[in-house]
Design a protein around this ligand. Sequence first.
Ligand SMILES: NC(=O)c1ccc[n+]([C@@H]2O[C@H](COP(=O)([O-])OP(=O)(O)OC[C@H]3O[C@@H](n4cnc5c(N)ncnc54)[C@H](O)[C@@H]3O)[C@@H](O)[C@H]2O)c1
Length: 380
Amino acid sequence: MSESILDAFKKDQTATKERDFSKKVKVGIIGTGWIAEAHVKAYQKCPDVEIVALADLIPGKAEAFCERYGVGDNITFFPSHKELIDSGMCDAVSVCTYNATHAECTIYALNHGVSVLLEKPMCVTLDEAVEICRADKASDAVLSIGFQPRFDENMKMLKRIVQSGELGKIYYIQTGGGRRRGIPTPFGTSFIEKETAGIGALGDIGCYSLDMVLNSIGYPKPLTVTGYKSDFFGKSPDFPHHDKFGVDDFAAGFIRLEGDIILDFRIAWAMNLDTPGDTIIMGTKASVRVPSTECWNGSIGGPLVIYKEIAGEQVETIVPEKENEADCFDIKIRSFIDAVKEGGAAPVPSSEILYNQAIIDGISRSAELGREIEIEIPEI
Ligand SMILES: NC(=O)c1ccc[n+]([C@@H]2O[C@H](COP(=O)([O-])OP(=O)(O)OC[C@H]3O[C@@H](n4cnc5c(N)ncnc54)[C@H](O)[C@@H]3O)[C@@H](O)[C@H]2O)c1
């Protein structure tokens, strides 16, 4: 790949854009748990953002959070997303609640003209995803879904490789990954309880893995799925919170995508294995391998490798790993604020993540039914 192409690519970066910082965006944070801290820190790096409000269902939690992270002196606190939105104080909100309340908080904000940066996964069920997309379509506000790996230079390169056509027709994809032991209970059990999380590894890190490949190939529609999920590690008496564990710790799916593409997927919070395999995208002219990471962290475990035949020789091309010029989480926040200010397109649109969520929902339902199912996505 020539240097000029790489340079042109660099110029695209959100981190180097010129901005009018005199126009301020008033932001509220809904849900002041673990990930809210990362949102606050990233917003604090934006001179044109003023955090004005915090909301949490747990009395006193938002106030304690404000003090712990030095959010600001003029913050108004609310007991839930509704009061915060109804106050009319915010142009935009980060929805940092557990998965089960993503949909209600997001739809309420969009219906009131407030832009939303919604943490991943978009929601729990396909029905919720459809309602979110409908609210997004009907609203003038911006909705972006919080997939920070989208801004990783290696992920962008993967998409560029696929979109270049060098691989030919894509026909088979394998993706997934996870951790040998890594059921998340950072500050409590909201990731593993059915009522708060709704889905386990499948949604938590599975959504990233699916986004990596689906975004690269242009998000074709999913058609059918055979799904599997299990909870052997979460329910094991060796796991300290086994009595609260109500979701999956491993999931797999075999998905047929429009365009005659097969997607073979597996994801784990815990397994007796180092990795369930690298990500591979196979094409008629070439294939690409993305080495897996120890813990799905939104990047790559080594350089991408392209396999192809040239003049009868089987050759491999190693794509040098790229450094990010800014933290991906910071770019996710910055690009959202830019879209809010400019009324531009969402950096990660709900219309794409709808298909991601349809696969997650399909795997879950197929696993429960014990058979292959058709994925039916209603008109938005
Ligand atoms: N992008 C990332 O890297 C990343 C990392 C971790 C978590 N996440 C995602 O962020 C979300 C939150 O995770 P977390 O670990 O911060 O969860 P958490 O359980 O620590 O915090 C969630 C908070 O939301 C509050 N809440 C729930 N519903 C609410 C409502 N209607 N109004 C106001 N507050 C409400 C809860 O009381 C809780 O304090 C999850 O969906 C998770 O998948 C993303």
